[in-house]
Structures are given as C-alpha cells and as structure tokens.
Design a binder for this molecule. Structure first.
Ligand code: SAM
Length: 318
C-alpha cells in the first residue's frame, strides 16, 4: 500500500536521525539551552531497524537517509546498515565527514551514498564555524570515499560574510574531484536575528557566480535541487527551501532519534511512535497510526513561513 498525505503527495523517503549528539558545534545549527534526549529515550538500533522495515514492508518506501546529530557517532550504525542489506532500498547518510575516512570501506561495501556537509576549505574558518580542528580529516575522508567508489555529494550552507567568499573555491574543490556540490539556503531554525544576518538567497548566489561564469540549467529530474553546469562542466545545484520551496514535491517524512514522526521540518507537531514499540510491538496499530497522521503533513513552507521552525536542526538532521 502506498502512503499518501492529505495533499496527495506520495511518501516514499524516510529520513532517520540516529542521534541528537554531534562531534561538531556549528554556530548556525546549535541552539542555546538545547536539552539532549536522555539515553533511555533514544530508539535502539533494533527499534530503528523495525521502524524502517515497517515503512518498507507496508508503504513501499524506497529511500532512507541516516542523519543526526552526526550519524557516524551512533554506536551500532554498522549493524543497522547491515540489517538493511536485504531490503531493496537506497540507503544514504548525511555526515560532517569527520569519521568518514574510518567508515569509508564499510560504507562502500554496503553501497551507501554519502552527502558530506562542507562549508569552508579554510581551517581557521572551519574552527570558527564548527569549533572543530579536523578539516584535513574531512578532506581525507572525502578523498578516501571517492577512491573507494562511494557515491558522494557535497552540501554547503552559504552564510553571508562567513563563507560566501568561497563559492568559487568550493566549486573548484568539488569539480576537481568529479563531485557535484549543492548550495543549501540557510533556513530559519535559529533565532530570526541570526537567520536574517546570514541568509543569502539562491538568486544572489547565482548572480555572484554569473559574474564569472555562464550557468547552463540542466533540466534534471530532482524533486528538490535545481542543477546547472558551468562552461568547464562543473555541476552545481541549489536547494532553496526559503526562496524557492519545493514542498509540492515533498515525499519525505522524518523520524527523530527519540522516535517521533515529523512530517515537515517546519511543523511544530510531531507524532510519538515509541508507544507502539514499548513495552511490546504493536505493528498493526502502528501502521494505522502512521496512515492517519501522515494525512496531517502540512502543505508546506509557504504556509508556515511566518513561524520559525520549532524543532532544532540538530534533532531533525536537515
Ligand atoms: N552532522 C551531519 C552533517 O553535518 O551533515 C548531519 C546533520 S546536520 C544538521 C545536516 C545538515 O544541516 C548540515 O549540512 C548542516 O550544514 C545543515 N544545517 C544546519 N542548520 C541549517 C540551517 N539552519 N539551514 C540549512 N541547513 C542547515
């Protein structure tokens, strides 16, 4: 049975946050006074696998993405991934890349697609943005992953006066490795003052790029990103939730690491699934519950625009 929301959008893509912990502290992602989930609140690896299997067996979802926090710090991620081997599913992760080098062989052997978040190529700036010292390690991770044939993309959140001077260097970095880079608009997950200060729209970024290069739009079939090539063949994409929302195409739902179903990143509601897992599994009731709450998926960002996202990004995972 396919799963449809109240606007007749088919839900086929599940994003699962494996943890709300992260080994970086990016200033634009972090929220003050963030209360992390208690250990007992977090879904076990078995519970996560079961929930994915419920979406797979009952609703035919075809794509899963693990995120966080930082998914590669979640203990047991290997057994989770191995446990999905027999499913006909595209399995991907979004990572900051710090542990990518260590995991690359495992990810490659399990055919896992990897999106690496990379906002700067300058170590001091990396430290300022994320508090981390490991930019070299991330780049080594990217190169190791590519060497092992992993399908990899780079995602960059461009922030005004922080990294918008690196657009061309980041494009070159990706192009020299034969990888596509997507520029993601900064979304209002933090307080409005910070968001307004750093937000840059896709149009502004494109204008900057077009001062040096001609951009050729590729009519590529992607529900969320718009892709272009430069005259040298470099491929870039834009994911512009704020200025060009793609909610009419949205096929995603999310599960937080404490087991709440979130139907839209900007929704203030979430739906507890753990009640159907603990103390014992009630699959039929769970399936019915998912079918009914999915109908409540908001139409989209435009409708919710005046409100700031209520879930912190670190608990949702982008
Ligand atoms: N730790 C992993 C990583 O760094 O990719 C996964 C979680 S992280 C929250 C996922 C992505 O969300 C990162 O690319 C991060 O840059 C991005 N992000 C965080 N806050 C954002 C915001 N307000 N708007 C847009 N992207 C954001």
């Amino acid at each position: 049975m396919d799963l449809y929301d109240g606007y007749n959008r088919k839900v086929s893509y599940l994003r699962v946050s494996l943890t709300d912990r992260c080994n970086l502290q990016c200033f634009y992602c972090r929220r003050d006074n963030l209360v992390l989930y208690e250990r007992e609140e977090i879904l076990t690896i078995e519970e996560i696998k079961f929930l994915i299997s419920v979406f797979y067996r009952n609703f035919g979802i075809n794509k899963v993405r693990f995120t966080g926090g930082e998914p590669l710090i979640r203990r047991g991620i290997e057994s989770l991934i191995e446990g999905l081997r027999d499913f006909n599913l595209s399995v991907n992760i979004t990572t900051n890349g710090i542990l990518l080098k260590e995991f690359a062989r495992f990810l490659s052997e399990n055919n896992i697609g990897v999106n690496v978040s990379l906002d700067t190529l300058i170590p001091e700036k990396f430290k300022k943005i994320s508090g981390g010292y490991d930019l070299d390690r991330i780049i080594e991770g990217i190169d190791t992953a590519l060497h092992l044939g992993i399908k990899l993309k780079i995602n960059t959140v461009l922030l005004r006066s922080v990294n918008d001077d690196e657009i061309f260097d980041l494009i070159d970095f990706a192009f020299s490795r034969g990888v596509e880079i997507r520029f993601i608009e900064f979304m209002p997950f933090v307080n409005e003052f910070i968001w307004r200060k750093y937000f840059i729209s896709e149009d502004e970024i494109r204008d900057k790029i077009e001062q040096r290069h001609k951009l050729y739009e590729i009519g590529e079939d992607s529900s969320i990103a718009r892709y272009y090539t430069l005259e040298n063949g470099a491929k870039i994409g834009f994911i512009s939730t704020v200025s060009k929302p793609f909610c009419h195409n949205c096929s995603r739902v999310r599960i937080t690491s404490d087991g709440h179903l979130v139907l839209c990143m900007f929704d203030k509601f979430s739906y507890p699934l753990k009640q159907f897992l603990r103390p014992k599994i009630k699959e039929n009731e769970l399936v019915e519950y998912i079918c009914s709450v999915v109908k409540l998926k908001p139409k989209g960002y435009i409708e919710l625009r005046e409100k700031q996202a209520s879930f912190p990004m670190i608990k949702l995972g982008g």
